[in-house]
Design a binder for this molecule. Structure first.
Ligand code: FE2
Length: 192
């Protein structure tokens, strides 16, 4: 087992679906309309849907296309968190959480690149996909249950607006002209 596999295995889900649902509901109640946390939650839901689409694809071509879509939303979201939200955690004296978050996302990016080298519709491909999905689910749970709730409480209102603007800017920079995701960008143009 590679070091990266060990990192991913070490963080693979321990929490129940119910615990995840509860954490998300609480995070939604903490978020303000169209602020950075509401955007993050929206992107987490898009990531879950994108994983499901890859898993349920009925042909190799469809699975490859779904995997590309997953890659766009997952990388755009991760890059925006790494450029804006995790640095804010560090600034808010949450350096340990930020370090864990960066490590977990680096592992997920590595595994996504390895998935690209596997043959769609094979058991090996589906096993790798499930492995990544589990690790990403756990990572999102940590963000929704603890890390981002604490950050939301610590950051002053004026700085929250800046976080929202910068998160959206970095996300849009990556997803570019993707029609569905641009719809998200239009929705949040008046955030804060
Ligand atoms: Fe996230």
């Amino acid at each position: 087992m590679s070091i990266i596999d060990k990192v991913v295995s070490a963080v693979t889900p321990l929490e129940s679906d119910e615990a995840r649902r509860e954490a998300r509901a609480k995070a939604h109640s903490t978020a303000r309309p169209d602020d950075w946390l509401s955007l993050v939650l929206q992107h987490h839901e898009q990531i879950e849907a994108a994983f499901a689409a890859v898993k349920s694809a009925s042909s190799a071509a469809a699975q490859t296309a779904a995997q590309k879509k997953l890659g766009i939303v997952l990388t755009g979201h991760s890059n925006a968190e790494e450029s804006v939200i995790y640095p804010a955690m560090t600034k808010a004296d949450e350096k340990g959480h930020a370090g864990t978050a960066y490590t977990e996302q680096a592992a997920a990016k590595t595994q996504m690149a390895l998935l690209e080298g596997l043959t769609p519709m094979t058991q090996e491909y589906l096993d790798k996909l499930e492995h990544i999905r589990g690790a990403v689910s756990h990572h999102m749970y940590e963000e929704e249950k603890h890390w981002f709730i604490e950050l939301h409480e610590k950051v002053p209102h004026a700085d929250q607006a800046k976080l929202t603007q910068r998160y959206q800017e970095e996300f849009s920079r990556y997803v570019g002209r993707d029609a569905e995701l641009n719809d998200t960008r239009r929705r949040v143009s008046g955030a804060y």
